[in-house]
Ligand binder design. Sequence first.
Ligand SMILES: C[S@@+](CC[C@H](N)C(=O)[O-])C[C@H]1O[C@@H](n2cnc3c(N)ncnc32)[C@H](O)[C@@H]1O
Length: 215
Amino acid sequence: MDVEAAHLEELRVARRLDDPRRVMPVVPAGCRRVLDIGCGAGQTLIGADVDGGVMACGVDRDVAALQLGRRITDRVRFVCALGESLPFRSESFDFVISRVALPYMHVPAALTEIRRVLVPGGRLWLVLHPCAMVLHELMGALRARRAKSALGRLWVLGNGVTLHCFGRIFRIPFTRARWESFQTPRGMRRALRAGFDETEISRGRFFVVTARRSA
Ligand SMILES: C[S@@+](CC[C@H](N)C(=O)[O-])C[C@H]1O[C@@H](n2cnc3c(N)ncnc32)[C@H](O)[C@@H]1O
């Protein structure tokens, strides 16, 4: 599936209330500005049915995804940027969300940026990748004898382990600024200790982390 088709499929999922693949944030009461990091075509902001009075902003590194988003909705302000270097003033959002996009970022750097742009007391909502998902992908690559893909999954597994144990991840070889890792509840609790409180982790069908920016 190409990238545009994947975003459109996620938009369909986001719009179907009874789809088991749907996982949506609840916009906190009183929220005036929400930011989606790694927003793709804005499918999560659209699916979350953000109130018309709330300023909704999405950032993504992928220009084509943002262009698709602009064709779909005029309710979201789309900005091309990296999650690790957000082009916003400090304390400019009440709510930051990121659905299955943080796993593709330098997690510690992105969390530092999220903390910076959130107001004190602002809320964070993340959907992450568990280890089991990457193991499943690795097995698939091995079964299909796709050596390059299997090596890539091994790199992601290694990054997940170093993130869990030491709070560090390493750039994907031969790329300028690409990261990927899986996350663990313990690793996320530790990463969020610097600057967040009220961390809650749900490990049902989805790996969801919520937290509040401390003062
Ligand atoms: C799996 S898609 C998820 C898209 C959307 N959040 C959703 O839930 O359907 C991951 C998105 O993160 C974006 N992304 C990856 N690394 C990024 C980075 N460092 N900064 C900003 N966006 C990034 C990708 O371009 C892609 O659109």
